[in-house]
Design a protein around this ligand. Structure first.
Ligand code: ING
Length: 313
């Protein structure tokens, strides 16, 4: 490899049952950091909402009854062992969790932590899928719009041990604007976690199509923006609900360089060349030479599909 390299790990986390405690989950993540260190990882990506079961599948009348799924402190006494292990091993990580702020706001949040165990960046999920209303005839719902506010930190890129890391969370990966905004801030790498059930209320697709759609979002995001993309699934069956695996590391040319084979706890690691992107940024995706931002206004001016624009030809 030619340029700046880093050992990048992605820990896919198999189902977290409602009965599982935070210390039990943190122990699984600590084990993932240790295995990652042993296999050359400098940074490990954990999934979305990794400290608890995917609780937005449940309706509760009083949202306060879900407070035990949220973190009010990060790190807390229960999550501190993860930060201490990171510092001990010299391995950074990205962790997704439910955040309850002191003034009572709720976010689907992720942080980057550097190799000294310090928080280097924070992101609050902006694209919230699913619904806010109770679809009572479904045992498993998708109530992120009920349990979280839209993130208020924008899409940030954070220098973490010399690598510009951008974050996204789950449904964000399906929206092409996310990758472009992060690449315009010179992200080398985008890390994201996800919890993707095979169906949503009102939506079912073939399993192979769901996996294909998931992968092309990540591959397109990486290729079209000359970045590395790493995605970590919370997967397998939680309380009877199945979520897809498909954790991957994607190179700036869109190629998948590492991928999980299972839907359980599984670590993938790749030695990635961050400067591989340079060739793509200099030729195919030289933004300064080829982009025409004066033509792109509709993307941020128009929310939904509307009438064709007049063309004077
Ligand atoms: N989950 C899903 C995702 O975007 C979803 C929502 C489920 C979309 C099934 C499409 C099909 O991957 C989260 N948490 O955003």
């Amino acid at each position: 490899m030619a340029g700046r390299t880093m050992g990048l790990g992605v820990l896919q986390v198999g189902g977290i049952q409602p009965s599982e405690t935070r210390p039990q989950v943190v122990a699984r993540l600590v084990q993932g950091l240790r295995e990652g260190k042993g296999r050359g990882a400098d940074f490990v990506v954990f999934p979305e909402l990794t400290l608890t079961t995917f609780f937005p599948r449940y309706w509760v009348d009083d949202i306060q009854d879900m407070n035990h799924h949220y973190e009010t402190d990060m790190p807390s006494a229960q999550t501190a062992p993860l930060f201490e292990e990171a510092k001990e091993l010299g391995v950074g990580f990205c962790l997704g969790y439910a955040e309850l702020t002191p003034d009572g706001r709720r976010f689907n949040t992720a942080i980057t932590v550097d190799r000294a165990g310090r928080i280097s960046g924070k992101y609050r999920k902006i694209h919230l899928p699913g619904h806010a209303n109770n679809i009572a005839d479904r045992k498993h719902q998708h109530l992120e719009k009920r349990y979280f506010e839209v993130g208020d930190l924008g899409f940030g890129v954070f220098n973490t041990d010399g690598v510009n890391i951008g974050m996204a969370i789950c449904n964000d990966r399906r929206w092409s604007e996310v990758y472009r905004i992060l690449s315009l801030q010179s992200a080398d790498l985008v890390v994201l976690g996800y919890n993707t059930p095979l169906s949503l209320p009102g939506w079912t697709e073939q399993p192979h199509t769901a996996m294909h759609a998931h992968l092309i979002c990540l591959q397109a995001g990486a290729y079209q923006n000359s970045m590395w993309v790493a995605a970590a699934a919370k997967s397998g069956t939680e309380d009877g609900a199945y979520m897809m695996g498909g954790s991957v590391i994607v190179a700036p040319n869109g190629e998948i360089v590492a991928r999980t084979a299972s839907d359980e706890d599984e670590l993938i690691v790749a030695e990635i060349d961050l400067d591989m992107a340079e060739a793509y940024r200099r030729v195919l995706f030289d933004y300064a030479a080829h982009r025409r931002i004066e033509e792109y206004g509709l993307i941020s001016e128009r929310l939904d599909r509307g009438a064709p624009l007049p063309v004077d030809f």
